[in-house]
Write a protein that binds this ligand. Structure first.
Ligand code: MYA
Length: 624
């Protein structure tokens, strides 16, 4: 377990979701296991070794052919028209549901089968094209977005990624165009972040033809309306070599029509009220063995892969939400007069608006860098996808909150539409992996990768003659670094206007690699317990990624002479100035003695508050 994992695990080569899958490529988990992380192509993985592997970020990916771009533009406009003229987000929120007629029209638009191949009645779009439609949903109605997203981003994504031909033929047409809803059923009352600890169980029948499924799931999006669910359950697996029996998670495609599947009433939620969320119960459900998704016992990785694959969609969606919020704030700032001036003239409003725009730009840049890498066959995007989910959900929250602040009293009123968006946004920092757990995931996964390199080096030092190549490249890297030459150079990749900012980013990347190494040498496998440090390391990683994608995107904009290129360069400069400071600050904090001291005090305070059941300070009015 990420929080409790046996410390012996940390220094062995990991096999985290290292294979890229387009939504329509069959995933072979065994093949995936074989691929070691020794030579990851992921930009983020490599910065944990202080290494620049640039091909996924420089130049900014641009993978769609002209026809694919035209197609998505032509599909985007009916979506936009539908959301501005037909759907009513405020009404959906008020009713805590979406009208049947609205859902029917969404089915007709193809919104429930965006990535399903056309032969099954879907739109057959790639990840990048899907991202463009997500943006529209995000700008319009997050409740509807979740209904659509839970259906295809996770609900039946497993069938696209892992399904057999038979499973695809049986399910995809109805899920893409047949008004049959899907859901993803992983979370249980005692298993949230610790997804591997689920208790739902499936036992194979004597004749080996069925599994009998029992258990319950909570907070399942589309739980009350889904006819088809991807369900995760423990199954007994026998090790073919040792004969040892062990529980391992298996993924199943479960139909409500199998019998024994029931759902609770819709949950009363803070936001995304239009989407249906329920408990789901399985009582002696007879699931045919043909409905195992992926391999038996490989369900945990199936779940993780589905989640990894869907996360970039959240970035694209929330980039759209931020655009909406910024537009509302700008409209107000352009019209509202206070103290004799339009409020847009005031520095504090300008600072807010530019900050909001920078966050939107960075989020959008991340989302499309990831989706385009996925579309061109990148094998490893799980760190980048987790980072984009964290960054997008926190940025969108901040942007919406600041938009409300700019609108003042008006922002607090329901009719402005921002309070609904703020309520809707709150869950994005929690679901699809809480940001706290994803921060640990990012730093631990990267550290494992760095540790594997250190282990390799340690081995190489034992036999220097045989490993001359490895050692000389590593030594030259270190020597040049200590004598002050930068080994990471981003300037060849970016516009001349951004060279200073590229240099600052490069310094952050180098400092990052050195910090990881220092931490590994100091804590060894016990780094896994240092959550305070791991979180800071993740924050630094997030900042590096946002600097790099914006440097890359704005340089491309300038090179192509895009109409907004100079504006994008300004955004990037400001982003890099802030992010590089934050990054170095976080890296310093992860190794500074004073921070360890601070954290020890914080841990003690938390312990005392926990022990006394809440705030335990003596009231100021008490004198004896
Ligand atoms: S759905 C519920 C979401 N739930 C979660 O996300 C659960 C979060 N927990 C976890 O992810 C895991 O439990 C963590 C690890 C990360 C904590 N990729 O011992 P381990 C492998 C690939 O570290 P643990 C929802 O919210 C690992 O390599 N592989 O595991 C719906 C190892 O393999 P090996 C991974 O500590 C919301 C093995 O697994 C990954 O137990 C609705 C065990 O590893 C990974 N990520 O846990 C949203 N992690 O044994 C709607 C681990 O070979 C969608 N492994 O070494 C909205 C979309 C937007 C709108 C769209 C509009 C259209």
């Amino acid at each position: 377990m990420i929080l409790n994992r046996s410390t012996s695990k940390i220094l062995r080569l990991p096999t985290f979701g290292i294979k890229y899958f387009s939504a329509q490529t069959k995933v072979d988990l065994k093949e995936m296991k074989k691929e070691q992380l020794a030579n990851s192509s992921s930009f983020m993985m490599n910065i944990f070794r202080g290494k620049l592997v640039s091909k996924e970020v420089f130049p900014y990916p641009d993978v769609l052919h002209e026809e694919q771009k035209e197609l998505i533009m032509s599909l985007a406009s009916p979506f936009e028209k539908f959301f501005s003229e037909v759907n009513n987000a405020a009404r959906n929120d008020e009713n805590s549901s979406i009208d049947e007629s609205v859902l029917d029209q969404l089915w007709e638009l193809g919104a429930f089968g965006i990535q399903v191949p056309e032969e099954y009645g879907g739109l057959g779009l790639c990840n990048t094209q899907y991202g463009r439609l997500c943006e529209i949903l995000g700008a319009s109605d997050l409740g509807v977005g979740i209904t659509i997203g839970a259906h295809q981003s996770i609900g039946y994504k497993g069938i696209l990624l892992f399904g057999t031909q038979q499973q695809k033929d049986k399910y995809l047409s109805k899920l893409a165009a047949g008004k049959v809803y899907a859901a993803f059923a992983l979370t249980e009352p005692s298993s949230g972040s610790d997804a591997g600890s689920i208790k739902t169980r499936a036992v194979k029948s004597e004749d080996g033809k069925h599994f009998i499924l029992n258990g319950s799931k909570i907070w399942i999006s589309n739980g009350g309306i889904a006819e088809v669910m991807t369900v995760f359950a423990q199954t007994e697996q026998v090790d073919s070599k040792t004969g040892e029996k062990k529980d391992k998670v298996t993924a199943f495609i479960v139909e409500r029509s199998f019998g024994g599947v029931t759902s609770g009433p819709p949950e009363k939620k803070m936001g995304i009220k239009a989407s249906n969320t329920t408990e789901v119960y399985f009582e002696n459900v007879k699931v045919p063995v043909e409905n195992v998704l992926g391999e038996e016992g490989e369900g945990f990785k199936v779940a993780m892969t589905i989640l990894n694959n869907g996360r970039f969609g959240m970035g694209a969606t929330l980039a759209g939400t931020m655009k909406f919020c910024i537009q509302k704030a700008v409209e107000h700032a352009n019209n509202r007069v206070q103290f004799g001036n339009k409020i847009k003239e005031y520095g504090s409003i300008q600072e807010k608006l530019s900050q909001m725009t920078m966050l939107q730009y960075a989020t959008e840049s991340m989302a499309y860098a990831i989706s385009q890498n996925m579309d061109r066959g990148s094998k490893e995007y799980h760190l980048e996808a987790a980072i984009s989910k964290i960054f997008a959900s926190e940025s969108a929250w901040y942007v919406c909150d600041e938009a409300i602040q700019i609108l003042g009293g008006m922002g607090y009123m329901k009719e402005t539409g921002l309070e609904r968006v703020l309520r809707d946004l709150r869950i994005f920092r929690i679901f699809e992996g809480t940001n706290d757990i994803l921060r640990l995931f990012v730093s631990l996964t990267g550290i494992q990768y760095a540790a594997s390199n250190l282990k390799l080096l340690q081995k190489a030092f034992k036999n220097p003659a045989a490993n001359f190549g490895i050692l000389s490249s590593e030594i030259s890297k270190r020597v040049s670094s200590t004598i002050g030459f930068s080994v990471v150079d981003l300037t060849p990749f970016v516009a001349p206007e951004l060279h200073t900012h590229a240099q600052k980013t490069a310094q952050c990347i180098e400092m990052f690699g050195k910090t990881v190494e220092e931490l590994l040498l100091k804590y060894g496998k016990n780094i896994v317990h240092e959550q305070y440090i791991l979180t800071r390391l993740s924050n630094a990683a997030i900042d590096i990624y946002l600097m790099v994608v914006t440097l890359s995107r704005s340089s491309r904009a300038l090179q192509l002479n895009l109409p907004t290129a100079l504006h994008e360069i300004k955004l990037t400069k400001a982003i890099c100035m802030q992010a590089s400071n934050r990054c170095t600050d976080n890296l310093r904090k992860s190794t500074a003695k004073s921070e360890v001291e601070l954290f020890n005090i914080l841990a003690e305070i938390a312990k005392e508050v926990n022990n006394s059941g809440g705030v335990n300070t003596t009231h100021v009015l008490t004198s004896s």
